[in-house]
Write a protein that binds this ligand. Structure first.
Ligand code: FES
Length: 91
């Protein structure tokens, strides 16, 4: 699924390795990664050109030297919490 917070779209996914939060916009050509799928190697696969990104590190595992922004994620009884750095001018 995708969440938007302060103009940042964040793709949140769950697989056998856990929960992960990464930027939703593919760095290759802007497709929504939340419309892609996960591989058994803990990658998210872009739905448009099938580039693959490691969900933990964000690094591309196929398709070029791109990387995703990753966010820390924590699941609690009270909800799903995603760490987003505040910009210094917003503090
Ligand atoms: S837009 Fe994602 S791989 Fe091209």
């Amino acid at each position: 699924m995708v969440f938007e917070f302060k103009n940042e779209k964040i793709c949140v996914t769950q697989n056998a390795f856990g929960y992960f939060a990464v930027q939703d916009k593919c760095p290759h050509n802007g497709a929504s990664l939340s419309k892609g799928f996960c591989s058994k190697n803990n990658e998210i696969i872009c739905p448009l050109h099938r580039y693959a990104f490691d969900l933990k590190s964000g690094k591309a595992t196929s398709g070029g030297a791109f990387a995703l922004k990753t966010y820390p994620i924590e699941i609690k009884n009270t909800g799903v919490f995603i760490g987003i750095k505040a910009k210094w001018w917003e503090a």
